[in-house]
Design a protein around this ligand. Structure first.
Ligand code: 6PG
Length: 469
């Protein structure tokens, strides 16, 4: 039997769809799944008649591959990846290539890469975005690791990736865990974008009393504008889906508790480590945590109902203002993610090309958006842009949207509708455009109670004051 070009290990949703995508592009794929039943079912159904061969043990899988062997691990992030690597290693030879395509934590990728490469093998970590459909039809791929491993995979990755204007949404992102780092930040932005859209939905629904069908139309129209993006598009579709039992919009029947698998939290934790402000991304993670406190919310809600003074101080807001507010907040969310990547290049030995990052996010991934073409251009024109909002296009967009953005936040505050991400974005913007912040007072307080010292605007040096008379 002919040897396979690549192995896919782990046949959950992403593994299955990637295997099919790779096969469709002319490669022969060997597959393995720890639960054999799942693999047999895949072979009998979706993989039937295709150049996909099932292997029942790791040694069989390794034996079915051309040399150097290329193995794509698509198992759950965390210890299952280590377990799989340990199972495979005894059967592999120097020069073989191990690829982790899961949502691994970048520090785990760094560690695994060293362990695997110490044995003469090559390692590649690939952030893969696009969910089920992306994996099958063309995801955005964020690979990093050994350059030789990338070269050996490049044409395959280019073939299976999403294409925008004929360009594949993949590029070599450097050594180590750079790819998984970028995927982590992608997910932080994903959380923020989703939360901003959800807050806008809340303003339209609770604030303006629009029906799900009207909100669906609104988002569909917005998708034809500068807000054009995958997340806006699917939001419009979601809002149009009816519950078959009640005939009401299905979205209204869904429990309002947002779950998370951890990548957004990693982004938050990592940003705190770096000391980079990403308040909109942080707010999105925390909003999920607050949504999860549902029983507490149900207890508190009746205790604080009817707080708004009649007549409602906020009669109405133009829907177009909400759109502008959402757009401005979204720009700030992306600016925060890019700023975090910028800082990471300095803290770690990563050499991110931010215009390339924006380029490969334009298609296939969850945060794909028209905006990314402008982000790509901004960093191509000025790779050392200190912050995205300084790019002339984004500066102008924020200046134009700014009044409507404030109105949007005021509307939410007046109506008692929480806008944690939207208002955090506005505070980020206002913070950055403040020549003077009240941090002088913080410094004075620190010096008062802890003699932590302060610096002065008008003189060099470090000062301490005996503040108590
Ligand atoms: C993607 C997504 C994906 C992620 C899900 C769920 O880019 O395709 O980021 O990788 O796993 O969106 O993430 P949460 O469960 O944390 O929401």
């Amino acid at each position: 039997m002919a040897l396979a070009d690549l192995a896919v290990i782990g046949l959950a949703v992403m593994g299955q769809n990637l295997a099919l995508n790779i096969e469709r592009n002319g490669y022969r794929v060997a597959v393995y799944n720890r639960t054999l039943e799942r693999m047999r079912q895949f072979l009998a159904e979706r993989a039937q008649g295709k150049q996909i061969i099932g292997c029942e043990t790791p040694p069989d899988l390794v034996a079915s591959l051309k040399r150097p062997r290329r193995l794509l691990i698509m198992v759950k992030a965390g210890s299952p990846v280590d377990q799989m690597i340990n199972e495979l290693l005894p059967h592999l030879e120097p020069g073989d290539i191990l690829i982790d395509g899961g949502n691994s934590f970048f520090k785990d990728t760094e560690r695994r890469l060293q362990e695997v490469e110490a044995r003469g093998l090559l390692y590649l970590g690939i952030g893969i975005s696009g969910g089920e459909e992306g994996a099958l039809k063309g995801p955005s791929l964020m690979p990093s690791g050994h350059p030789e491993a990338y070269r050996a995979l490049e044409s395959l990755l280019q073939a299976i990736a999403a294409k925008v204007d004929g360009e594949p949404c993949v590029t070599y992102l450097g050594r180590g865990g750079a790819g998984h780092y970028i995927k982590m930040v992608h997910n932080g932005i994903e959380y923020a974008d989703m939360q901003l859209i959800a807050e806008t939905y809340d303003l339209l629904r609770r604030g303006l009393g629009l029906s799900a069908a009207q909100i669906a139309q609104t988002f569909a129209a917005w998708n034809q504008s500068e807000l054009n993006s995958y997340l806006i598009e699917i939001t419009a579709q979601i809002l149009g889906v009816m519950d078959t039992e009640s005939g009401e919009p299905l979205v209204e029947k869904i429990l309002d508790v947002a779950e998370q698998k951890g990548t957004g939290r990693w982004t938050s934790q990592e940003a705190l480590e770096l000391g980079v402000p990403i308040p909109t991304l942080q707010a999105a993670v925390e909003a999920r945590a607050l949504s999860a406190q549902r029983s507490l919310r149900l207890e508190i809600a009746p205790q604080f109902s009817g707080l708004l003074l009649p007549p409602s101080p906020v009669a109405a807001i133009e829907i177009d203002s909400l759109k502008r507010g959402l757009y401005a907040a979204k720009i700030c969310a992306y600016a925060q993610g890019m700023a975090m990547l910028e800082q990471a290049t300095r803290t770690y030995q990563y050499e991110f090309d931010l215009s390339e990052v924006a380029r490969i996010w334009r298609g296939g991934c969850i945060i794909r958006a028209r905006l990314l073409e402008h982000i790509r251009r901004a960093y191509r024109q000025n790779p050392h842009l200190p912050n995205l909002i300084l790019d002339p296009f984004f500066r102008q967009a924020l200046l134009e949207a700014q009044p409507a953005w404030r109105e949007t936040v005021q509307f939410g505050v007046g109506a008692g509708i929480p806008l944690p991400a939207m208002s955090a974005a506005l505070a980020y913007f206002d913070g950055l455009r403040s020549e003077r912040l009240p941090a002088n007072l913080i410094q004075a307080q620190r010096d008062y109670f802890g003699a932590h010292t302060y610096r002065r605007l008008d003189r060099e040096g470090v000062f301490h004051t005996e503040w108590q008379a």
